[in-house]
Design a binder for this molecule. Structure first.
Ligand SMILES: CC(C)(COP(=O)(O)OP(=O)(O)OC[C@H]1O[C@@H](n2cnc3c(N)ncnc32)[C@H](O)[C@@H]1OP(=O)(O)O)[C@@H](O)C(=O)NCCC(=O)NCCS
Length: 139
């Protein structure tokens, strides 16, 4: 997947947030500790630090939602993380993002904390972030 395709997908999926620039995706894709799974319709990006990983973003093109694309990309990502001996995965998700929360909970992610008013949407609304965690060794 090219940085340009990733930037396009991100902009379509996160229309209420600051877009990530193509150069940011270029840096991520070039980072050996970063895993990108998926394609131009759905992607997951995770960064590995020792035996932990953080999911940096997960996005599906709005025209292709509820077709199992994010589930497939996340499954592939977790398989790759296990191959890198990652034990725990963390991520942040908006408290108002019920679609993503349902996806993550279906994968066994549980809440480990929260950050009040962590996100600032483009309309100025502050949204709390939930910190989710999954023990890859146990699930
Ligand atoms: C969250 C998101 C990635 C889901 O992508 P998707 O490809 O539509 O998800 P899938 O089709 O793989 O869905 C897998 C499961 O997630 C849950 N889910 C997905 N979308 C949902 C929705 N709108 N409402 C409730 N549950 C939902 C369901 O459990 C679903 O399984 P089911 O279809 O068998 O019921 C997508 O809505 C998106 O890109 N949102 C904007 C970006 C975003 O919020 N990313 C997450 C940031 S942490």
């Amino acid at each position: 997947m090219t940085p340009a395709a990733a930037a396009r997908l991100y902009a379509r999926a996160f229309h209420k947030s600051r877009p990530w620039q193509e150069s940011e995706f270029e840096a991520l894709i070039g980072d050996p500790q970063v895993i990108l799974c998926g394609d131009a319709f759905a992607m997951v990006i995770a960064r590995i630090v020792l035996d932990e990983a953080e999911i940096l973003t997960l996005a599906t093109n709005p025209d292709r939602r509820r077709q199992g694309l994010a589930r497939a990309a996340l499954q592939t990502c977790e398989t790759q993380l296990r191959a890198h001996n990652v034990q725990s995965v963390f991520l942040e998700v908006g408290a108002d993002n019920l679609a993503a929360q349902a996806l993550y909970r279906g994968f066994g992610y549980i809440q480990a904390g929260k950050r009040a008013n962590y996100y600032r949407r483009s309309d100025g609304v502050a949204v709390t972030a939930l910190i989710l965690r999954k023990d890859l060794a146990a699930n």
